[in-house]
Design a protein around this ligand. Structure first.
Ligand code: BGC
Length: 466
C-alpha cells in the first residue's frame, strides 16, 4: 500500500474550501462561530466574510470538475482535511453517516482519477461543542481526538494510504487562536498577543502533540498499513541584524519555540530545555507529565510534512511576546509575498538541517506557495498573469530537488493551493491558487502558474526557465 513514486500534488483544508456549513447534518465548528458570530475577518480586513460557501468544494458536481482540473495539471496526489463536525456533529458520540459517505465518495472519485488522497485529520476547525468544553486546553481533548481519528480510520483507512494527524500547531495555537481571543474580547488590536497567552497555549500544544502520538500508536495497533505523519510550519530564523548579539539570541529562541519544539517532540520524544524553562516561567501550570514524553518517544511519525513559505527575520523587541518580533521584519521590497520574504535557498537548508539533526526522516513538502493581493494578479481574458507566483514555485521546487540530490529523503511536493480560497482571518482578500476563483460565480480560471506547475510535473521536476 505504501507507494514509492515521487508525489506531486496540491493541498487544501476543509474550512477554506468546502462551504456547505450546515449541509447533511454537519455540526457547527469554532470557525463557523468565529466568522458568523464574532465577525472575525471584519476586525482584520474590514470585510465580513465567512467560509459558509467558500469555493463550494463539498458539492460533488463542483468537485468533479475540480478533479478534472487536477488531471489536467497532472498531479498524482491531493491533500485535503476533514471537517470533524461533519463526521461527529457534537465532536464525540453520534456519528453523522452522511458526512462519512461524503468523504468516502470523494476518496473513491480521487482514486478513480488516479490521484492519491492524503488526508489531514485536523486543520484548525474544532467542533463547537468541544470548544465549549475548553477545547485543546482540556486534557480530555486527547481522548476526543483519538476517538474521532478511530472513526475516520475505520471509514477511510482501507483506501487512504497517508494520514496527517495535525496541521501547523504553532500557527494555529500561538497566532490565530490568541488573535481570535483578542477579537472576542474586543480590547485592543487582534495582533497584540501577550506572554500570558503564549503561556496558556503551551498546554494546548502539549495536548496536540500527545493526541497525535497516541493516534499514531492507535493506527499501528489497529493494523493500519499506510503511513501517518504530522505537518509542521517550519521557518528558519535569521537574526535581522547578524552583527547584533540581541538579535542572534532572539533568533535562537524563536527557532526553539517555532521549529525545534515540535521537531524534538516528534523525533526525539522531548522538548528543548529552553522551551521548558521559558514556558514554566510564563505559566506555572505548564508541567507536562513525564509519562507523556514516553508516549511521544514510542510513537514517532512515519513522515514529516514540511509546510514552508518563508524564513523569519527576527529582532529583539521587548514589547513583543517572548521578547522578539518576527512578523514585521520582511526586508523584501513592496509588494512582498504575503507569507514573508522569498528565500528558496532557506528551504534547501532547512531540509538538510532536518536530515542532519533528526536522522533523515521521510519528508513530504505538504505546503508551499505564494499569496498575493488582488493587484498582483492581472486577469486577461481567459487567463490570469501571476508571474511572481510561477517564479516562486519554480525556485522552491528547484531548491527542494537540490536537497533531495543531497541525500534528503524527500518523497513529494504539494503546492498551496490549487484554488484561491478562504485565507482564514484575511478572508478572500489573499489569493494562493494556481486557479483563480470568482467567489461570486464559482468560475474557475487557470492562472499562468498552473501551466508552469503542469510543465514541471510533466518533466518529472525538471524546471524550465521562464
Ligand atoms: C496553512 C494554510 C494557509 C496557508 C497560507 C498555512 O499556514 O496551513 O491553511 O492557508 O498557510 O497562509
Amino acid at each position: 500500500m505504501v507507494s514509492t513514486k515521487f508525489l506531486w500534488g496540491a493541498a487544501s483544508a476543509a474550512y477554506q474550501v468546502e462551504g456547505a456549513w450546515q449541509a447533511d447534518g454537519k455540526g457547527l465548528s469554532n470557525w463557523d462561530l468565529y466568522t458568523n458570530v464574532y465577525r472575525a475577518t471584519e476586525t482584520v480586513t474590514g470585510k465580513h466574510e465567512t467560509g459558509n460557501v467558500a469555493i463550494n468544494a463539498y458539492d460533488r458536481a463542483q468537485y468533479l470538475q475540480d478533479i478534472a482540473l487536477m488531471r489536467e495539471l497532472g498531479i498524482n496526489c491531493y491533500r485535503f482535511s476533514l471537517s470533524w463536525a461533519r463526521i461527529l456533529p457534537d465532536g464525540v458520540g453520534r456519528v453523522n453517516e452522511a458526512g462519512i459517505a461524503h468523504y468516502q465518495q470523494f476518496v473513491v472519485d480521487l482514486l478513480e482519477a488516479g490521484i492519491e488522497p492524503i488526508v489531514t485529520l485536523y486543520h484548525w476547525d474544532l467542533p463547537r461543542a468541544l470548544d465549549d468544553r475548553g477545547g485543546w486546553q482540556n486534557r480530555e481533548s486527547v481522548g476526543w481526538f483519538r476517538n474521532y481519528a478511530s472513526v475516520v480510520r475505520e471509514a477511510l483507512g482501507a483506501k487512504v494510504s497517508k494520514f496527517i494527524t495535525f496541521n501547523e500547531p504553532f500557527i494555529d495555537l500561538f497566532l490565530i487562536e490568541p488573535m481570535i481571543e483578542n477579537i472576542k474580547s474586543g480590547v485592543g488590536s487582534p495582533f497584540a498577543i501577550t506572554d500570558a497567552q503564549y503561556g496558556h497555549q503551551a498546554m494546548a500544544l502539549h495536548h496536540w502533540l500527545v493526541a497525535s502520538a497516541e493516534t499514531i500508536g492507535d493506527f499501528r495497533a489497529a493494523g493500519y498499513r499506510g503511513e501517518i505523519g504530522v505537518a509542521l510550519p517550519l521557518m528558519p530564523t535569521i537574526p535581522e541584524n547578524p552583527g547584533k548579539s540581541e538579535d542572534i539570541k532572539a533568533a535562537a529562541l524563536a527557532d526553539a519555540v517555532i521549529n525545534r519544539w515540535c521537531l524534538d517532540a516528534l523525533f526525539k520524544g522531548r522538548y528543548p530545555i529552553e522551551v521548558m524553562t521559558l514556558f514554566r516561567q510564563l505559566n506555572p501550570e505548564f508541567a507536562p507529565f513525564e509519562a507523556d514524553f514516553a508516549i511521544l518517544a514510542a510513537n514517532k511519525p512515519d513522515f514529516l510534512g514540511v509546510n514552508f513559505y518563508a524564513p523569519a527575520f527576527v529582532r529583539q523587541e521587548d514589547s513583543a511576546p517572548l521578547g522578539y518580533d518576527w512578523m514585521n521584519t520582511n526586508p523584501d521590497p513592496e509588494p512582498a509575498a504575503f507569507n514573508g520574504p522569498v528565500r528558496p535557498d532557506h528551504l534547501r537548508r532547512l531540509l538538510e538541517r532536518i536530515r542532519d539533526e533528526y536522522d533523515n526522516p521521510a519528508i513530504y513538502i505538504t505546503e508551499n506557495g505564494a499569496g498575493f493581493g488582488p493587484s498582483d494578479e492581472v486577469m486577461d481574458g481567459d487567463t490570469v498573469h501571476d508571474p511572481r507566483r510561477a517564479n516562486y514555485i519554480r525556485r522552491h521546487i528547484e531548491a527542494a530537488l537540490k536537497a533531495k540530490e543531497n541525500g534528503v529523503d524527500l518523497r513529494g511536493y504539494m503546492v498551496w493551493s490549487l484554488f484561491d480560497n478562504f485565507e482564514w482571518l484575511h478572508g478572500y482578500g489573499r489569493r494562493f491558487g494556481l486557479v483563480h476563483v470568482d467567489f461570486d460565480t464559482q468560475k474557475r480560471t487557470p492562472k499562468r502558474s498552473f501551466d508552469t506547475y503542469r510543465d514541471i510535473v510533466a518533466n518529472g521536476g525538471v524546471t524550465v526557465p521562464g
